[in-house]
Each structure stands twice: as C-alpha cells, then as structure tokens.
Design a protein around this ligand. Structure first.
Ligand code: MN
Ligand code: MN
Length: 281
C-alpha cells in the first residue's frame, strides 16, 4: 500500500481557527525546461510523514501556530489563464477569511495569481523574491505568462521599488539591467536581507521562494537547477529576518519530484516550509 498523506506534516488545525492555510497548486504548464512540478504538493505531503512538526532549533511546533491544509486545487495544466484564475480565487477566499495563504507549487508562474490577489487585498504590497533567476522576461517564446516572466508581470502591477529580489544569478543581460533600475536587487547572495527590512518597514509582504535559489548540491530536484546557489543555512538566516516583516502570504515553488531522484530535494523543501512558517512573527 502506498501511503497517502492527507495533510502536510500533520497540519490538522480546524480551518476556522487556523492562522495559516496551506494549499497545493499542481501546475507545470509553464515549465520551460524539465517539467514535473505538478507533483510537488502531493510529494511534499507524502514526504512530510518523515518530518517532525517540532523545530528543535526554533523551539516551536507547527501544532501550536494554527496551520490547516486545504489540499490541492484542481488545475488544468494545459491552460495557464484558467489555472491563474483558480489560484487567484483561492487566495482571495483565504484573504477574506483573514488567513495567511501558503501555496505549494507548481511552477513559478502561479505566483502571479497570488500577488494579484494580495495586491487587491493589501495596499502598498511588497514582494520578496528568492530565486536563481530574474524571472523578468517580457515574454518567453511569445508567452507573457511564462514562469520566466512572473516578476515582470508583478512589476507592472506593483510599480517601482516594491520587488526585492535576492540570490539571482541567471537571466538575460536586459533583465539584469531592468532589475538594477527598477527593483531592490541583491544578486548572488542573501546577506543583505536586513536592507529589505529598512525599506519595507510595516508594509504588507508576499514572500515567494523558488527552490532553485538553493544550490543544486542542496536541492537538485527543480525544473531549472542553477549552480553557485546558496546553502540551506544561508536561506534559513535570511528567512529569520524576513519573518519579522508583516507577511500576508507566501509560497514555495518549483519542486519537481521526477527530477528528485534521491528524494533529498523534497526533504529539503518540507523542512524549509516547516522552519519558514515557524519563523513568521
Ligand atoms: Mn522563478
Ligand atoms: Mn528559478
């Protein structure tokens, strides 16, 4: 019998009293290289069976902070617009119920729906973008909804100075020029996380984590792995700083189980999600 996990890491708080709501967006119709991210949410749930809900380092437990798991959305992987619509609707419902939505991807294109819904709900929204890639392409092979364009679309929605990109080490020359001009841009490293705190202050923040931010030696199981990434410890340190912000929504994207032959990347994604949720103030 194959074990079927109903919830992530035993997150079984009743919806009504939960602060966080996890849900899966199993979509990879915009993966430009290796597909498979549609299996990310179900694989993380299954793998989280081996993960404790308690963090010894933080001395906090998922069972104490109110986390519900709403399961996966039903998404048509062949239609990006319909999938974005459904993801946007889910975010909106969770915002109306005063929850902090936590999306598990899925490829990074679905983050646009989360940012759109958050921007409608919260004035002066900022985005913390953790990624190996700029994701600032005008379009990818003519498609403006590509996962390689998601931050460009977010920029058009939010305007200058609202996106804070960290750890980026791959993209077109034009994208890097665009990022330097229009974003708070901290390529290659994460050690300037504190600067975002100074700029953002008390404003609401959407934190999006593209797992390819991590070095492929740590997390090879993504659609587009990129060498010279950060370590788990470096990401943990940065997140402990971002956790002091007014986080209104977050996501963890681009885990591709078919590319995760050892299963280690899924374990990394699960522990990362646990630690991150426990760090949000
Ligand atoms: Mn990305
Ligand atoms: Mn990426």
């Amino acid at each position: 019998m194959i074990f079927e996990a109903k919830t992530f890491c035993g997150c079984e708080s009743p919806y009504e009293t939960s602060r966080f709501v996890i849900f899966g967006a199993p979509f990879d119709g915009q993966a430009s290289f290796r597909p498979g991210a549609r299996f990310g949410p179900s694989e993380m749930r299954r793998d989280s069976w081996g993960l404790e809900s308690y963090s010894p380092l933080l001395d906090r437990d998922l069972e104490d902070i109110g986390v519900a798991d709403a399961g996966d959305l039903e998404l048509p992987c062949g239609s990006t617009t319909e999938s974005l619509l459904r993801v946007r609707r889910a975010f909106t419902n969770f915002f109306e119920d005063k929850k902090i939505p936590v999306m598990i991807g899925g490829d990074h294109s679905m983050t646009l729906a989360g940012i759109q819904a958050a921007a409608k709900q919260y004035d002066n929204l900022h985005v913390i973008h953790l990624d190996a890639h700029t994701d600032l392409r005008e379009d990818y092979l003519g498609d403006p909804l590509s996962h390689g364009s998601v931050m460009r679309r977010a920029f058009e929605l939010l305007g200058k100075g609202r996106i804070h990109s960290f750890g980026v080490r791959s993209g077109l020359r034009e994208e890097f020029a665009f990022a330097r001009e229009h974003l708070h841009f901290y390529p290659f490293v994460l050690d300037q996380a504190g600067l975002a705190i100074d700029v953002i202050g008390e404003a609401p923040v959407y934190v999006t984590i593209d797992l390819d931010l991590l070095d492929p030696s740590v997390c090879p199981g993504t659609g587009t792995p990129e060498p010279e990434g950060v370590s788990f410890a470096e990401l943990r340190r940065a997140l402990s700083i971002f956790g002091k912000l007014h986080v209104v929504a977050t996501d963890i994207m681009e885990l591709s189980p078919p590319c995760d032959l050892s299963g280690a990347s899924t374990a990394v994604a699960c522990k990362l999600l646990r630690e991150w949720l426990l760090m949000i103030k």
